[in-house]
Design a protein. Structure first.
Length: 82
């Protein structure tokens, strides 16, 4: 009754390779190459990514502070009410 999901189309001239999950090492070179690579990539990009986030956080907190100040009533307006 129709094609199976993997056989929906015939693709010609494309070669695909598969490696069985049982033949792979899940954490190959994790500690010797993986962690230093993560640190190298993080340290090379942190000064490109962090400043916009810091600026947006400071803008957000400043905007919330100004908004909360604007919602407060001025006590001087109500001193002579009886």
């Amino acid at each position: 009754m129709g094609h199976h999901f993997g056989d929906l189309a015939k693709v010609r001239h494309v070669i695909t390779y598969h490696l069985s999950p049982f033949e792979q090492k899940a954490f190959a070179n994790y500690f010797s190459k993986g962690i230093p690579n993560v640190w190298r990539r993080f340290s090379s990009q942190v000064f490109k990514v962090a400043p916009p986030f810091v600026i947006m956080y400071l803008t957000y907190t400043w905007g919330n502070h100004v908004y909360e100040q604007g919602k407060r009533k001025n006590p001087a307006d109500y001193e002579n009410d009886q």
